[in-house]
Design a protein around this ligand. Structure first.
Ligand code: F6P
Length: 366
């Protein structure tokens, strides 16, 4: 019987719990023994109670739960070989030989490294006498499958990461609220949204709420010039009779000289324009709450696909990541997805912003 573990890792996102449910239940449906690794990679390193066998009813209700019911962490120990060695040991003694990881860029990169090191980790466990050759033999190969869980929508190879649309919904709702009080007082608001180095949440929430101006890392405004442009646009909109001004700043926003653009600097410009201005940093409300229907659908379809990918895996197939492209659930090599995601960061560092924008997926790139 195949033994598959599922884990959530990195920053949580709405849809992670539904993904765990889908993996556990489809695994059971396909006749596998299913496990959950609690607390992300920390659970793999510590083992014991954090590696728990899951039954059908253990994930009851998960579909409408926000965050992740099996916990998550950003684990420093797993970044060291020593931590990964302990993780491998805990998996082998529990008979687990496949791992479905739902997380962002960093977590999935870690997963792929774990797989590539696996044979040498097993060898070391045998050499140091922690495993016998007989114990190690059925575990010479590790299957890893990635599910992209992140509110940032920053991973190449998928049009949407699990959680991005829920966060977008949350932000849009909050900006609607802010617009009402802004309208009452004829005020300006600078709203800082999450996204790390990716502007998807900023761009799409700005579009969804009709913001006056949006700052995102992939399309930075001109150094020293954006202030005048911002003033010109906001006054033009005021001239049309608008009583509120809303500017969205993605947390990774920069100008074309790679200087950070913060909510504070934007506020100062609006104040110079004579606008009574407030800053709202939305923070972790963006990651909270239950998943919107799209993310529940995405995590469920992708969770089932992840288990199928585990069952079809062979040592010569590179670890896949499950994505959605043009409304189809797709698999592609995890390494390609990680490499293409890094290319965006490299393009931004090289100030090749057209390239950065075109490397983003689907609607974003338009
Ligand atoms: O990657 C998800 C994310 O919410 C980013 O948008 C943000 O930069 C970061 O995580 C915040 O991390 P933390 O929850 O550790 O403060």
């Amino acid at each position: 019987k195949k033994k598959i573990a599922v884990m959530t890792s990195g920053g949580d996102s709405p849809g992670m719990s539904p993904a765990v449910r889908a993996v556990v239940r489809s695994g059971i449906y396909f006749g596998c023994d299913m496990f959950a690794v609690y607390e992300g990679y920390e659970g793999l390193v510590r083992g014991g109670d954090l590696l728990k066998k899951m039954e059908w009813e253990d994930v009851r209700g998960f579909l409408s739960h926000g965050g992740t019911d099996i916990g998550t962490a950003r684990c420093a120990e797993f970044r060291e070989r020593k931590g990964r060695l302990q993780g491998a040991y805990n998996m082998v003694v529990n008979g687990i030989d496949a791992l479905v990881v739902c997380g962002g860029d960093g977590s999935l990169t870690g997963a792929d490294l774990f797989r590539s090191e696996w044979p040498s980790l097993i060898e070391e466990l045998v050499q140091t006498g922690r495993l016998t050759a007989a114990e190690a033999e059925p575990h010479r190969h590790l299957t890893i499958v990635g599910l992209v869980g992140s509110i940032d929508n920053d991973m190449a190879g998928t049009d949407a990461t699990i959680g991005a649309y829920s966060a977008l919904e949350r932000i849009s709702e909050m900006v609607d609220y802010i617009d009402e009080t802004a309208n009452s007082h004829s005020r300006a608001f600078v709203v800082e949204v999450m996204g790390r180095h990716c502007g998807w949440l900023g761009l799409m929430s700005g579009l969804s709420t009709g913001a006056d101006y949006i700052f995102i890392p992939e399309r930075p405004p001109k150094h020293g010039k954006w202030q005048d442009e911002l003033k010109e646009i906001c006054s033009r909109h005021r001239g049309y009779g608008k009583r509120n001004t809303t500017v969205i700043v993605a947390e990774g926003a920069i100008d074309d000289e790679l200087q950070p653009i913060t909510a504070e600097t934007v506020k100062d410009v609006l104040v110079e324009l004579g606008l009574d201005t407030r800053i709202t940093t939305l923070g972790h409300v963006q990651r909270g709450g239950t998943a919107v229907a799209y993310d529940r659908m995405l995590s469920t379809l992708q969770g089932v696909e992840a288990v199928k990918a585990v069952l079809e895996s062979t040592p010569d197939i590179p670890s896949p990541v499950i994505g959605i492209a043009e409304n189809q659930i797709v698999r592609q090599p995890l390494v390609d997805s990680v490499r293409d995601t890094k290319m965006v960061a490299t393009a931004i560092e090289a100030k090749d912003f057209d390239k950065a924008m075109s490397l983003r997926d689907s609607t974003f790139a338009e």
